[in-house]
Design a protein around this ligand. Structure first.
Ligand code: GTP
Ligand code: SPV
Ligand code: MN
Length: 592
């Protein structure tokens, strides 16, 4: 290896050195490799991963710089049952999180980690969440014995020396320890210690369980810090809409896991919207803080996309197809005989034979899917063809609208606008969504997923709602709040709304509402587009009847919905802001 990729210690920060030494003593790795984030280093580590069989080099003619990875079949998604918030006071974690006392969890996990890296390498992965120099950016250091994790963090974050430069001699960084152990679900824990700004993850080597900058730091620890410091850490995409006249509007949207954030963030408007352009700032996480001008500013703390693969094609998401055509790691998709990748819903012919995500022979006659439903791509955001320059702006972008949306076959209309901020908080807080393959268990069942944060809020959900309500006081020009549902189905079980690029039609109405350019009609749920306000011209096979079906508010469905909301409210009751109970009463009255 060249000097530049030597793996030598690249910091003089005392707090980092002391902590790493302590963890080395605990885990007893054979080697310690300090990542500096250089290209040379990435090349060398990638070659090593190929040599060790951790990555398979894909057909470089078709997919330059792309690699393939299979995770253990018992380890293919986030595991919420194994995810813990460890605060001294159990009350603080709230009833929606698993809890264990920090002392007990540290003891348990230190036991598991003790000597766990014997004969292995510990990668020291310093990373920066957010654009360099941003007042919102945070530094983390992840110690991992997984080369796959080290390489993925190199895509998902601003990784290497850049993080130590931002840190300087401060001791304020997130301490993350990751030990794969034997990748055994019985010994799988994703433990957060918000009071110590620390994370320990053991027994997994998959996505959100182990890329500690993502869900663990950016959302669970982030939300905890956000409440203390007066900002919001949210499971939201951030996008820019540019009108034909050059007007730029920024919006953030919270959809639960595998409910359309990545797709929405890089959507291509239909021909009808000539001159309109969507650009991506972020596709999964937003950190938002009030700015001096009284608006709410958002940054994307990440530097890459860890996106759902199945269903991605040149019709649903052409920009993603371009993004994942180079320098991408594919995890748990199918592998073809010429070392190309395949998945259900990809363009082109179905391969006559390939290896499925487990490595078994697969043919079109096979009963099982070739690609795992939660198979993912890991791609640098810099190759997203519609990335906005603002993704690297330390100040972030001013948000005009916040959109909430779940995956609902029934009940919830295509779009409505909240009457005001508190009503908007209520709309987000009571959101429900059908569960997806992004987490283990329960797929298809409707559950409450407040603000798409149920698995990611690092403290009591009732206090989180209170924090949202309070934020209003520090935002003089608050974003307008909307709710959408792309997933309503007809009697035959098909989606009524075409979705994807056609979502532009809803987005345009939202933008016009933000700029007070279009009227709305009052409905029991909120403001809805008046007759003709949604531009539906040119949607194939669409009809006014379909719009009616999409916007319909059915009393029976909403009574059931209110009962489900009640369950959540009962659970959170002791910490639930009274404003939200009042909002629920108002909705009830409007429905009668
Ligand atoms: P996470 O990365 O898990 O947080 O997911 P995400 O919210 O970014 O979801 P993503 O955009 O990857 O979409 C997940 C799934 O929803 C994919 O299978 C998409 O094809 C599907 N999907 C996305 N947008 C739409 C839409 O507008 N309509 C329909 N019917 N499906 C959609
Ligand atoms: C999600 O589940 O919301 C994801 C994927 O974005 S993971 O990083 O695994 O959490
Ligand atoms: Mn996500």
């Amino acid at each position: 290896m060249t000097k530049e990729s030597s793996g030598k210690c690249n910091t003089t920060n005392k707090a980092v050195l002391v902590w790493v030494a302590e963890m080395v003593k605990l885990c007893q790795p054979k080697h310690v490799f300090w990542c500096n984030g250089s290209k040379t280093e990435r090349k060398a580590l990638t070659a090593e991963a190929v040599e060790k069989g951790i990555l398979i080099k894909l057909n470089q003619k078709k997919l330059p710089g792309c690699y393939y990875h299979r995770s253990n079949p018992n380890d293919v998604a986030r595991v919420e049952q194994a995810t813990f918030i460890c605060t001294v006071d159990q009350e603080e974690a709230g009833p929606t999180n698993n809890w264990m006392a920090p002392k007990e969890m540290y003891q348990k996990l230190r036991g598991y980690c003790s000597g766990a890296m014997r004969g292995r390498t510990m990668y020291v992965v310093p990373y920066l969440m957010g654009p360099p120099g941003s007042p919102l950016a945070k530094v983390g250091v992840e110690l991992t014995d997984s080369l796959y994790v080290a390489l993925s963090m190199g895509i998902m974050t601003r990784m290497g020396n850049i993080a130590f430069q931002q840190l300087g001699d401060s001791d304020e960084f997130n301490r993350g320890l990751h030990c794969m152990l034997d990748v055994n679900p019985e010994r799988r824990y994703i433990a957060h210690f918000p009071e110590d700004n620390a994370i320990i993850s053991v027994g997994s080597n998959y996505g959100g369980n182990v890329l500690l900058g993502k869900k663990c730091l950016a959302l669970r620890i982030g939300s905890y810090l956000g409440r203390q410091e007066g900002w919001l850490a949210e499971h939201m995409l951030i996008l820019r809409i540019q009108s034909p006249s050059g007007e730029k509007t920024y919006i953030a949207a919270a959809f639960p896991s595998a409910c359309g954030k990545t797709n929405f963030a890089m959507m291509i408007p239909p021909p009808r919207f000539k001159g309109w352009k969507i650009s991506t700032i972020g596709d999964d996480i937003a950190w938002m803080k009030p700015g001096l001008d009284g608006r709410l500013y958002a940054i994307n703390p990440e530097a890459g996309c860890f996106g759902v693969v199945p269903g991605t094609n040149s019709k649903s998401n052409p920009n993603a197809m371009k993004m994942i055509s180079r320098d991408t790691i594919f995890t748990n998709v199918a592998l073809t005989q010429d070392l190309d990748v395949w998945w259900e819903g990809k363009d082109g012919p179905v391969p006559r034979e390939c290896l499925d995500w487990r490595g078994n022979k697969w043919t079109p006659a096979s009963k099982e899917k070739a690609a795992h439903p939660n198979s993912r791509f890991t791609a640098p955001m810099s190759i997203n063809p519609v990335l906005a320059e603002e993704a690297n702006d330390p100040q972030g972008v001013p948000i005009s609208a916040i959109i909430f949306g779940g995956r609902r076959s029934d009940t919830v209309p295509l779009v409505y606008q909240a009457f005001n901020w508190v009503h908007g908080v209520y709309v987000g807080a009571t959101m429900g969504s059908e569960m997806t393959a992004a987490a283990v268990g329960g797929a298809g069942q409707v559950r409450r997923d407040p603000m798409a944060m149920l698995p990611f809020c690092g403290y009591h959900m009732g206090d989180y709602f209170r924090h949202w309500i309070n934020m209003h006081k520090s935002i003089k020009h608050p974003p307008r709040i909307f709710n959408v549902n792309w997933f309503r189905k007809n009697e035959t079980g098909n989606f009524i709304w075409p979705g994807f690029g056609e979502n532009m039609r809803v987005l345009k109405w939202i933008v016009d509402r933000c700029h007070a350019r279009t009227d709305a009609v009052e409905s029991p749920l909120g403001w809805v587009p008046g007759a003709g306000a949604l531009d539906l011209e040119g949607i194939p096979d669409f009809s006014p009847q379909k719009l009616e079906a999409l916007q319909m508010v059915k009393d029976a469905e909403w009574h059931r919905e209110l009962l489900m909301q009640d369950e959540l409210f009962m659970k959170l009751y002791s910490h639930l802001p009274k404003e939200l109970i009042f909002q629920r009463e108002l909705l009830k009255a409007r429905l009668q």
